[in-house]
Design a protein around this ligand. Structure first.
Ligand SMILES: O=C1O[C@H](COP(=O)(O)O)[C@@H](O)[C@H](O)[C@H]1O
Length: 264
């Protein structure tokens, strides 16, 4: 039995952002030491705003405390099958919240959006995105399952993460790296998503959840057997101590999970 996931709770999103920054920079520095590139999978939803707060704040003057965005490869943990400038696009959200605000001397990162030529064929879109991962990961590492240096994930109010929804047959897929979904319970219906084995295989996996609207689902995920079967719960079980949750006090209100709290 490995160790359980880490749960770090903070009084405010400002405090959370400081700690998330330190965690991301540590993951970045370790990755750059290992293979000179930092491969990150990001989600949409509420995450990009908090992430931007974390990464765009000034750190100390030290080299070890800098986001070296020029060495980042950014992939999408899930994406909606819409044009890149559509209001539902996760790419657009990450671009507006983070990418467009990176000072020129810190970047730019290499970003891998979906291929919008396949908006009407999401199986093909998923296959193409998988090929994008193959080019970046398998070419370098010859791996069966790609291991992101860091996955930054959200947690929906139903316990979904990426576009892996509770009870979906996609949760049983073991071979594909990227999957199409045509009937997402949350609009828009057509999406692609990392599969569960890939989403659970990150070297580091961070969930970010803020606000009282997340408290019910976090209680379920951490404190009930039923919650362990939800997509976020499955990643907790598979990822164990590689998983860290960054939450504010409102989101974690009433959670009993007896893990470490407070500062990282
Ligand atoms: O639809 C999605 O929802 C999840 C969770 O979003 P949140 O707004 O509740 O944080 C998000 O992680 C995912 O990328 C997105 O496509």
């Amino acid at each position: 039995m490995g160790k359980p996931p880490n749960l770090y709770a903070y009084p405010s999103t400002d405090d959370l952002a400081k700690s998330l920054r330190a965690y991301v920079i540590d993951a970045q520095n370790n990755a750059l030491e290992r293979h000179h590139v930092f491969r990150v999978g990001v989600s949409g939803g509420s995450l990009p705003k908090t992430l931007a707060k974390a990464l765009l704040q000034g750190g100390s003057a030290s080299e070890d405390d800098k986001c070296q965005f020029g060495k980042w490869e950014i992939f999408f943990a899930d994406e909606r099958a819409v044009p890149l400038d559509h209001e539902d696009s996760n790419y657009r959200l990450v671009k507006e919240e983070l990418l467009d605000k990176i000072p020129p001397d810190m970047g730019p990162p290499t970003v891998f959006p979906i291929d919008v030529n396949y908006l009407d064929d999401i199986q093909e879109m998923a296959d193409q995105y998988e090929q994008t991962l193959v080019k970046s990961f398998a070419a370098r590492d010859s791996v069966k399952t790609p291991m992101f240096d860091l996955l930054l994930l959200g947690c929906g109010p139903d316990g979904h993460t990426c576009s892996l929804f509770p009870g979906s047959p996609l949760l049983r897929e073991h071979d594909a790296w990227v999957l199409p979904i045509s009937n997402s319970p949350k609009p828009p219906p057509k999406r692609i998503t990392l599969s569960l084995p890939v989403a659970a295989h990150g070297l580091k996996i961070a969930f970010v959840a803020t606000g009282g609207g997340k408290a019910d689902i976090l209680r379920k995920i951490f404190d009930t057997e039923e919650g362990h079967q939800l997509p976020c719960g499955l990643i907790n079980t598979l990822g164990q101590e590689r998983v860290s949750w960054f939450v504010d006090y409102d989101a974690v209100n009433g959670v009993q999970f007896p893990s470490r709290r407070g500062a990282l």
